[in-house]
Design a protein around this ligand. Structure first.
Ligand SMILES: *Cc1c(COP(=O)(O)O)cnc(C)c1O
Length: 474
């Protein structure tokens, strides 16, 4: 492809993008294809000779698009969002175009310095103390893994990095039963062993019970285990419950444990000063992660990882082969030493575009709208005798189930709700996912998509009520 051809195709791709986003509500939100439908349409061998871009674009529309779920649809209420926005897309195109490897300062000084600035901006925007230093990771899972490995190394004076586990004792990591699965994954990868992840029960609002946490830590210590780290969650995946950080941080201080905070989705709400109560106790936190790639309108991937002591992070991950030695080492941030991968995309650029184009006020307005819409939905649910609110709504996620008249059997109610979810999602009108709360099948509606409005929420609610009525009348 020549440059002038690229120019023509690229303009058409941008038109394709604008058309797609403009008409996104005409697609079924959740793809309706069956397993293997796409696979059989792709030839089993690659083409011998190059093919025209027009043909590839046609196949994109014909083969690929039916197999896509539309995360940027304002009728997407599933999981947690993976939001995009126009400024983020612009930056992503430029990042792809330059294709820079931002592993160290020398390989693109602007990328390293913009990243440092953006992390400082973000820290200020969400109310982290100035003692925190940030770095962009790919995901919250990776950030949490980095936290656990750093905790491990700091605690053992970097001995496991050097010697391996040898005769090390059983290190214990604590979280709640509602904690995201990425913590268990990190515990496995960091070499602690899954049996050393201790899941503390939660209270009726799905928050960790600090007294139980402390008792378990003391009990473990008596048994010869070595308590190492607590992971607190701000905004759990099931219900967005908020662990009591102040009490947890006091416990960690008393017992000298590393405290990691997973605020993957909910961290964005901290842009609103009225939500900063969620991080009371933050001064004692060792590491904190939140994902602008979830609720902050910044394309996947972009996870903001903050640490109080960057030295221990760097000491844990640094490597220095001859070919990476530079004259600027020590004067600048070489982010390859702040995490696992060597190669890094220029991800700070999209943050810069998003934060500047929205402005802090613009971001706040959107987040406030989403939170207000969640409250509105909660109120509609509370006013409806056939629907049961299943968890408090501290943020943007509403958990509920339908409760048909005269039916008390939990299994039957579970089946009704499972069928309801299935039918709603196959309708293509909206997309919800579920969780189980105390054994009860619960629908989750997350109101956080970049372009969601009150109309979308009301229409979704009417659809849910209509489908529920149809099922219960059968
Ligand atoms: C989404 C989520 C994660 C995982 O995020 P990734 O960036 O996909 O790894 C972890 N913790 C919580 C609370 C989450 O909501």
């Amino acid at each position: 492809m020549k440059t002038n051809e690229f120019r023509t195709h690229a303009h058409r791709v941008v038109d394709w993008m604008a058309d797609y986003l403009e008409s996104i509500e005409t697609y079924p939100v959740k793809s309706t294809v069956s397993p293997g439908d796409i696979f059989i349409q792709i030839p089993d061998q690659p083409p011998e000779n190059g093919e025209p871009v027009d043909q590839i674009m046609n196949d994109l529309d014909r083969i690929i698009m039916p197999g896509m779920t539309h995360w940027q649809s304002p009728n997407f209420f599933a999981y947690f969002p993976a939001n995009s926005s126009y400024p983020s897309l612009l930056a992503e195109m430029i990042t792809s175009c330059m294709g820079a490897q931002c592993m160290i300062w020398e390989t693109s000084p602007a990328a390293a310095e913009l990243e440092e600035r953006m992390m400082n901006w973000l820290a200020g925007m969400i109310g982290l103390p100035q003692t925190f230093h940030g770095v962009i990771q790919d995901t919250a899972s990776t950030s949490t893994l980095a936290a656990l490995i750093t905790a491990r190394e700091k605690f053992t004076n970097y001995e496991i990095n050097d010697q391996g586990f040898g005769n090390q004792p059983d290190f214990r990591v604590y979280c709640s039963t509602e904690t995201h699965s990425s913590v268990e994954k990190a515990v496995k990868i960091a070499g602690f062993g899954k049996r050393n992840l201790v899941k503390i029960p939660v209270d009726r609002e799905f928050r960790i019970v600090p007294e139980n946490l402390e008792k378990t830590i003391m009990h473990d210590r008596k048994q010869g285990k070595v308590p190492l780290c607590v992971v607190a969650t701000i905004g759990t995946t099931g219900t967005t419950s908020i662990d009591p950080l102040k009490e947890i941080s006091d416990i960690c201080k008393r017992h000298q444990l590393w405290l990691h905070v997973d605020a993957a989705m909910a961290g964005t709400a901290l842009i609103l000063p009225e939500y900063r109560w969620m991080i009371e106790g933050i001064e004692l936190v060792d590491s904190f992660v939140f994902n602008p790639h979830k609720w902050m309108f910044t394309n996947f991937d972009c996870s903001a990882y903050f640490v109080r002591d960057p030295e221990s992070l760097i000491r844990t991950f640094e490597i220095l082969p001859e070919y990476l030695k530079t004259r600027t080492r020590g004067m600048v941030n070489d982010y390859r030493d702040w995490g696992i991968p060597l190669g890094r995309r220029f991800r700070a650029l999209k943050l810069w575009f998003v934060i500047r184009e929205f402005g802090v006020k613009g971001l706040q307005e959107k987040i406030r709208l989403h939170l207000a819409l969640a409250t509105k939905l909660k109120e509609m649910i509370l006013g409806d005798q056939h629907v049961e609110l299943m968890a408090p709504v501290p943020l943007n996620t509403v958990c509920f189930r339908i409760k048909p008249d005269g039916i008390e059997d939990e299994e039957t109610i579970n089946r009704y709700n499972e069928q309801l979810l299935q039918e709603l999602n196959s309708s293509g009108k909206l997309y919800l996912t579920h969780t189980k709360l105390n054994g009860k099948y619960t629908l989750r509606m997350v109101i956080a998509q970049t372009n969601v409005t009150e109309q979308h929420v009301i229409r979704a609610w009417e659809t849910i009520r209509a489908y529920a009525a149809r099922i219960t009348e059968q």
